[in-house]
Design a protein around this ligand. Structure first.
Ligand code: ADP
Ligand code: MG
Length: 695
């Protein structure tokens, strides 16, 4: 094999050595020269021109200035000590200030001499100041566009700072640039007028202009998206051909339930999604399907009708919910339907008593339990099914990938079919990247007769009016949720706010039954309160976000969200979905204090403007970025380095389209053109997780 400098060890680069190399390996995973090339700057300092002091205003960024020292002044003592150096250029005056390293600076800066400085100016009382600027002369100061690399305190202590990175990367590029391999086919490069891989790498590290950087980023974005899509499509292909599944084609129970017990006519969208699922489960291939449907679109009944298909074939079902309250609720509503046709349902959660648990596990193993509903408890190894044929995961974003992966150990004859249901509508670009290998069904219609929920934003000072409004609704027989935020960091205070709110409601509504629900309560007390509310015995339910997902009380028509500015947009939408489930006109009232950030204002107005979950999700994606949405962080699937899914939607779609074309023409990437892409995938995809098995 030819000696390829890209594979050389970093420690043999001048100025690195074994200690720095060890630190680079430990902190950044860099050990060979090619790793260093792949370590990109996260921003650039513009040192391309000398600026003028007279042009400085409040918005001026860091820049270079050519100055002459007028005089130096030391002031203060001990920790308050500072050095102030008055300087001028041909256009104005400024002051340079140091609080640290004073002796060293004082020594280097001589009155009357000229220097080049780099720093961000501040205007304080009409005076221009630079705090701790870099300084030097034409020979020592870096000029042009200067890349800034991420570093850490740990690294800096070992003198692995930006100066270090700039120096060694320049040297490494000198040694390796002939060896940087192209990894996209000539056809793709031409089609999109991309620059070559080596130009992209060089431009990122040694840029001549911002236009060059932009070209480089465009190329790297496409590359990362394209290879991601290629992998997703290949996985999808291999799953379709290699995982056999149960064949569900009888429909005895389904027909019976449908004809005799279905409580309402299904919507067109529900029927469509059911058909997609049945079709999918009848083919002898394992189903992996995501059902998206806005809150209230009726996912549960669709899930139930899928379960009947499994039971028609002597298979069992695991139904996982993210919380105990939700599991309880699903249990109650599913059992109500199941009893009509003699199906055995059970529930298993963390708080199931040991004795019950034993009994349930026994019945699970001997096949007397058809449907087991529960929380994470279902995926423990001790839970063994006789013949698990279908797994339904509700509100999937609350489950980590690792937890879902455990399900796959529960294989009996085949892997079970998997149906994931989510009410968080995922914007299309994100769905393509996250779930590109899953089949997606969308329930894009609400049951008829639903009225649009009227949402308003009120300030704390109109609370009495809001109370008056609640009173009217209660007198009509309707019910009300009042929700408080609760986050770990401020848990104590949040609980206090919740209790205070509860007390003041009790004072204002002395003759009304008011319930309270929060995470610190014992499960049986939670159940009790939830039940009382569901049965209409309590009229107001004060709670934390434990009611966030799924809870279904059609008679509740008002939800008041306290400190609404502290909730994320998708979460607000989820909460709002707790109402609007019955016949009455429903209301969502967002309470905030008078002064909130402009971002919070944006969220409030997005809620007031639209009821459409997809629009909400898109706005949320734009405002927060994909990293924060629905557990994508924990899933580790979205390590996109150059792409911003909210901003780069066009690029996502383009890369998807080209990946589909490529795979269609040459599924195994074996043509001469495509071989470089095949070998790139092989060499560079380190963690080859089998997504199709864990999503
Ligand atoms: P989600 O999709 O949010 O999980 P649910 O399955 O909880 O929604 O359904 C919301 C409410 O709508 C429930 O009370 C359910 O019984 C009812 N529902 C579901 N489908 C229909 C339908 N086709 N017609 C009337 N009501 C329906
Ligand atoms: Mg639901």
């Amino acid at each position: 094999m030819v000696d390829n400098p890209l594979n050389h060890k970093i420690e043999f680069i001048r100025g690195v050595g074994p200690n720095k190399a060890a630190a680079l390996k430990k902190e950044l995973g860099i050990s060979q020269l090619k790793d260093m090339l792949d370590f990109f700057p996260f921003r650039y300092e513009d040192r391309s021109q000398i600026l003028k002091i007279t042009d400085i205003d409040d918005n001026t960024n860091a820049g270079l200035y050519m100055i002459q020292v007028i005089n130096k002044k030391k002031a203060g003592r001990y920790r308050g000590k500072s050095l102030k150096v008055s300087v001028k250029d041909s256009t104005g005056y400024a002051e340079l200030v140091w609080m640290k390293g004073i002796e060293w600076v004082e020594d280097k800066m001589a009155a009357g001499k000229r220097y080049i400085i780099y720093g961000k100016p501040k205007i304080i009382k009409d005076k221009v100041s630079f705090f701790h600027p870099e300084f030097g002369d034409k020979n020592t100061m870096p000029m042009g566009l200067r890349p800034v690399y991420p570093s850490s305190e740990n690294l800096k202590r070992r003198f692995i700072n930006n100066r270090f990175f700039n120096r060694i990367i320049e040297e490494i590029i000198g040694k390796t640039k002939q060896h940087i391999k192209e990894n996209l086919s000539g056809e793709l490069i031409q089609n999109l007028s991309l620059i070559s891989k080596s130009d992209a790498v060089i431009n990122m590290h040694l840029p001549k202009s911002f236009a060059h950087i932009k070209e480089a980023i465009r190329r790297l974005k496409f590359e990362e998206l394209f290879f991601l899509q290629l992998q997703i499509l290949q996985l999808k292909n291999s799953r379709l051909t290699s995982f056999p599944g149960y064949v569900f084609k009888k429909n005895i129970l389904i027909n019976k339930f449908y004809k005799e017990h279905l409580p309402f006519e299904l919507t067109g969208a529900q029927k469509k999604v059911l058909r997609e699922c049945y079709e999918n489960m009848s083919k002898g291939k394992q189903m992996n399907r995501l059902v998206q449907g806005d809150v209230g679109s009726g996912k549960t009944i669709v899930a139930f009708l899928c379960m009947l298909a499994a039971i028609d074939h002597d298979c069992q079902i695991a139904f996982m919910a993210p919380t105990e309250v939700l599991a309880e609720q699903h249990f109650n509503s599913i059992r109500a339907n199941a009893e009509k046709i003699n199906i055995k349902v059970n529930i298993l959660t963390g708080s199931t008593k040991q004795k019950n648990r034993k009994e349930i596990l026994k019945n699970l193993l001997n096949g007397t339990v058809d449907i087991l509903i529960g929380t994470h408890a279902l995926i423990e190894d001790s839970v063994v099914f006789k013949r698990l044929g279908l797994v339904i995961i509700d509100e999937q974003h609350k489950f980590g990938v690792a937890q879902r992966a455990k399900l796959w150990r529960k294989k009996s004859e085949f892997y079970p079919h998997v149906l994931v249901m989510t009410a968080t509508p995922i914007p299309r670009t994100l769905a393509l990247t996250l779930y590109g290998d899953l089949d997606v069904s969308v329930i894009d219609e609400l049951p008829s007769g639903r009225k649009k929920i009227i949402t308003s934003h009120r300030f704390d000072n109109s609370r009495l009016k809001v109370f008056g409004f609640i009173k009217d609704k209660i007198s009509l027989g309707e019910q009300v949720y009042v929700v408080y935020p609760l986050i770990e960091e401020s848990e104590k205070k949040d609980y206090k706010d919740l209790m205070d709110g509860y007390e003041s409601l009790k004072r204002y509504f002395p003759n009304t039954q008011i319930g309270i629900l929060h995470g610190r309560m014992k499960p049986e007390n939670k159940d009790y309160e939830m039940k009382r509310f569901a049965e209409g015995k309590s009229k107001i339910l004060v709670s934390t976000t434990v009611i966030e997902v799924g809870v279904d009380v059609p008679n509740a028509s008002v939800i008041v969200i306290e400190s609404a500015e502290r909730f994320g947009l998708s979460q607000l939408h989820q909460l709002r979905g707790r109402v609007g489930r019955g016949k009455a006109q429903s209301y969502c009232i967002l309470m905030t204090k008078y002064t909130i950030s402009s971002e919070s204002k944006e969220r409030m107005s997005a809620m007031v403007e639209t009821n459409d979950g997809f629009r909400i999700a898109n706005t949320d994606l734009k405002m927060r970025g994909p990293g924060n949405m629905m557990g994508t962080k924990q899933s580790g699937l979205l390590e996109l380095r150059f792409t911003n899914l909210a901003e780069d939607q066009d690029m996502v779609l383009k890369s998807r389209e080209l990946a589909i074309n490529t795979i269609k023409k040459d599924p195994n990437l074996e043509s001469k053109e495509n071989l470089i892409m095949k070998s790139h995938l092989k060499e560079n995809i380190k963690q080859n997780i089998n997504w199709s098995r864990i999503s």
